[in-house]
Write a protein that binds this ligand. Sequence first.
Ligand SMILES: [Zn+2]
Length: 394
Amino acid sequence: MKTGKEMREVGMIENAGVLCEEGNITWVGPMNKCEKELPAEIAEVDASGKVVLPGFVDSHTHMMFAGSRAHEFGLRAEGATYEQIAEQGGGILNTITHVRKAAKRELKRSTARSLLDLLRHGTTTVEIKSGYGLDMDSEIKMLEGINELAEEEIIGIVSTFIGAHAIPPEFKTNPQGYIDLIMQKMIPYVGKKRLAAFCDVFCEKGYFDLQQSELILSEAKKHGMALKLHAEELTPLGGAELAGRLGAASADHLEHITDKGIEALKTGGVVAALLPGVSLFLNHGYAPARKLIDAGVAVAIASDFNPGSCMSFSMPLMMTIACTQMRMTPEEAITAATLNGAAALNLSGSVGSIEVGKQADLVVANIPDYRYLAYHFGTNHISMTIKNGTILEL
Ligand SMILES: [Zn+2]
């Protein structure tokens, strides 16, 4: 991962070439310096006049869901509050109801459709969370679905278990009962079956407090999962400090992170995964990206694609918002959407940059200058996506 001023170094090479063999990058540099003997059978891609970048790594999504929240979007536009919508059975409960009813194959089918769209927009690795089932069977159904999609290898998928996304309605008067279920049943099962690389918790007032989050995450760690947290989104609860203490790979959201939290991320080497699309969609303020970067924290940006708080998976759009609203430079936004996104998934050794030995995950953007990716927004500039060395027909 890159931190501080390094985040501005994108390693631009003019008139560059990349050689990919057996799914990996075997050479990269200025074309006229390529002395490597090219294999006889090689598919050549002419990207002249275009920009080639590493495929985007979206380290935070809830993109497996069912049902629609378009109705709520309309209500919100007319001034309804989140609480008023929740009282009418809307919000996360709405999605939970639909996901519980949906068959695994339906969830997989709709997610697979979105995955193709992600590839068209240049994302080649994506994290997908559970957390809309909130009972044993439905959480497992989601995780199995995510893992089965991963096995199809159309895109890189990292699965995350977030049973602690909310307290389900049947445990409303007995939240501890649900936490016991997560710790005693769900985590051991998910760990044993290796259904998730990460465990995540919505550490927030009214959801899972610091102590509960720590208990759940520590248990997940014992069962072989790496850690993530939804932290400091609505209130400065201390989730960032907890992430540092537990050695989490990333702390996500961070709209209300404190100076102490920033220090904890830095010392703990925790990636700050910021979600610009959520701040735009909910209009609830932005994470202090500038302060985090200047303090030496590795910043990633992700879409948080989900039906309630960000219905976009466009990483270039996230970059535009990061540059215009969070004072990140276009170079920092590229690093945040690629290499640091990979670091948030413990994958910076294999994806996130165009380096020899890494997976050949590349995107070709039909733009004259890499800054156009964030600058010329609202349109898809990606003209080709290459995953593991394969040119995708999308
Ligand atoms: Zn989230």
